[in-house]
Design a binder for this molecule. Structure first.
Ligand SMILES: NC(=O)c1ccc[n+]([C@@H]2O[C@H](COP(=O)([O-])OP(=O)(O)OC[C@H]3O[C@@H](n4cnc5c(N)ncnc54)[C@H](O)[C@@H]3O)[C@@H](O)[C@H]2O)c1
Length: 405
C-alpha cells in the first residue's frame, strides 16, 4: 500500500508558510493531521486547515499524533529548541524535518545523531536557500565541471530591518532572536555552498563586527554585533567564507563560487540571472564569451521546477516539501541529512567561540565518528537564556567579553 506522510506541524508562525504548499500535494501522499502552537493567534492563522486538529500543548499534540498514526513532525518551533523536540518525536516513532538550526550546543549535536542511529528514524533539515532557483543554477554549472577545481566559495545572508521589524520578530525579552550571536544562523549562507560543491566543513575560524546602530537597541536586543564571518577549510580542499545572519546595509544575499577555470555568482546585481566567467584561455568547448549572464535552466531539475517558481524563498520552500516526500515516503535520503545538519550547527557554535577569541581555529567534529562525539558530548555552552533569563553561558555579542578556551 502507498505510504501517506501524516504530518504534525510544531510551531505555526514559520510553519504556516508550508501549509499551502503541502495542501497543493496529493493528500494520499502528504497531509497535515495536527498543528501545535502555544499562541492562540498563531493557531487562528491555520484554522482553515482541513482535517487537522489544533493543540497548544506539545505532549497532547504528540499523544494525539500517536493515536492517529502521525508518522512525521515538522519542527518550526524556537530556533534553539529543535534538537530536544526532534529527539522526542523520533523516540515516539516519527520522522523529523527540522527548521534550521539542528542543534544549539555540541552536546545536542551528539544526542541528535545518536538518536537518529538508535531509533532508525529519518531526519532532515529544512534548509531551503540551497534550493532557490538561482542557487540551483549555480549548482548545475558547478556539477558540469567547467569551473575546474573549486578554490573558494563565498556566501552572505542579510536580514537587516527597521526597528518595527525587529520588535515584531522579537516578541518577548528572552526570545532567541535577541540573544542569538551572529554566527548561529549559518545555514542560509553556508548550506548553498556545501550543496553546490558537495563538501563538508573541517575547521572554522571567525570574526564578528560591532554595529553602532544595533547598540542603540541593546535594551531589547543584546546581540548587537552587525555581522560575523566564518572562514572554513572544507573537505574538498577549498576554502569557504560565509556569514551567519547579518544586519548590514547590503544586498539581501549573495553567493560566489570560484574555480581555477571559471567562476559563477548571483546576488542583487545579477538580477534573475547568474554571472558566469571564464578566462579567454579557460573557455570550455563551444563557449565564446568570457562573461555570460545566464537564465536558470529549469529543465535540468525536471518537470517540478516550474512549480517551484511561485513558492517562498526563491522556490526553496517547494523543494523542501519535495525532499520530505522523496525521503519519508520513498526512502531517498536528501543532501541535508542529520550529519550535514549538525556539521552546520557545530560550525556556528565553534565559529562563535572563535569570534570571542580573536579568530582562534577550531576543528569541527566529524559526527559520524564516535571518538569525535565523545570529545564533545558534555559540551553544553550556550548563549541562549531560558524563559526566566537563566542558563546562558556565553555572551550574545562580542561587546560583552571574550571567551577563554
Ligand atoms: N528557512 C527559512 O527560510 C525560515 C524562515 C523563518 C523562520 N525560520 C525558522 O523557523 C523557526 C521558527 O521561527 P519563526 O519565524 O516562526 O519565529 P518563532 O521562533 O518566534 O516562532 C516559533 C513558534 O513556535 C511556537 N512554539 C515554540 N515553542 C513552543 C512550545 N513549546 N509549545 C507550543 N508552541 C511553541 C511559538 O508560539 C511560535 O509561534 C526558527 O527556527 C527559524 O529559524 C526559517
Amino acid at each position: 500500500m502507498a505510504y501517506t506522510i501524516k504530518l504534525g506541524m510544531f510551531g505555526a508562525w514559520r510553519g504556516s508558510n508550508y501549509i499551502d504548499l503541502i495542501a497543493a500535494e496529493d493528500e494520499d501522499v502528504i497531509k497535515i493531521v495536527a498543528v501545535c502552537d502555544k499562541q492562540a493567534k498563531k493557531l487562528d492563522d491555520v484554522k482553515g486547515l482541513k482535517d487537522a486538529k489544533l493543540f497548544s500543548d506539545f505532549d497532547e499534540f504528540l499523544n494525539y499524533g500517536k493515536s492517529v498514526g502521525m508518522n512525521a513532525v515538522f519542527l518550526a518551533n524556537y530556533f534553539h529548541q529543535h534538537a530536544p523536540y526532534a529527539i522526542k518525536c523520533m523516540e515516539a516513532g516519527m520522522d523529523v524535518v527540522s527548521e534550521c538550526t539542528s542543534a544549539s550546543t555540541l552536546k545536542e549535536c551528539v544526542e541528535l545523531v545518536r538518536c537518529v542511529e538508535r531509533t532508525g528514524r529519518k531526519y532532515m533539515i529544512a534548509e531551503n536557500y540551497p534550493f532557490m532557483t538561482l542557487n540551483l543554477e549555480m549548482k548545475r554549472i558547478a556539477d558540469g565541471g567547467t569551473l575546474g577545481t573549486f578554490l573558494y566559495a563565498e556566501g552572505e545572508y542579510n536580514h537587516s530591518g527597521t526597528l518595527e521589524t525587529m520588535h515584531y520578530l522579537t516578541p518577548f525579552k528572552y526570545h532567541w532572536r535577541a540573544w542569538m550571536p551572529r554566527t548561529y544562523y549559518v545555514t542560509h549562507a553556508m548550506g548553498p555552498l556545501m550543496y553546490m560543491t558537495n563538501s563538508m566543513p573541517k575547521y572554522v575560524s571567525a570574526r564578528a563586527a560591532h554595529s553602532d546602530r544595533l547598540e542603540k537597541v541593546r535594551d531589547f536586543r543584546p546581540n548587537d554585533d552587525g555581522m560575523a564571518r566564518m572562514f572554513c577549510e572544507m573537505d574538498n580542499g577549498m576554502t569557504a567564507s560565509f556569514t551567519g545572519c547579518t544586519a548590514m546595509a547590503s544586498d539581501y544575499s549573495r553567493y560566489r563560487l570560484v574555480g581555477d577555470l571559471g567562476s559563477v555568482e548571483q546576488s542583487g546585481y545579477t538580477g534573475d540571472k547568474v554571472r558566469l566567467f571564464y578566462e579567454d584561455y579557460t573557455l570550455p568547448e563551444g563557449v565564446t564569451e568570457e562573461v555570460q549572464y545566464i537564465e536558470p535552466d529549469l529543465s535540468y531539475w525536471g518537470e517540478k521546477a516550474e512549480k517551484a517558481l511561485s513558492a517562498g524563498h526563491g522556490g526553496g520552500d517547494y523543494w523542501i516539501v519535495q525532499n520530505m516526500i522523496d525521503y519519508f515516503a520513498n526512502g531517498v535520503t536528501p543532501f541535508f541529512d542529520v550529519y550535514k545538519g549538525v556539521a552546520m550547527s557545530a560550525t556556528a557554535i565553534l565559529g562563535w567561540r572563535s569570534c570571542l577569541n580573536h579568530g582562534e581555529n577550531f576543528k569541527i567534529p566529524d559526527f559520524t565518528k564516535e571518538e569525535d562525539r565523545a570529545a564533545v558530548e558534555h559540551d553544553d555552552l550556550t548563549p541562549f537564556p531560558d524563559e526566566n533569563g537563566e542558563g546562558a553561558t556565553l555572551p550574545p555579542s562580542t561587546m560583552y567579553g571574550k571567551y577563554d578556551n
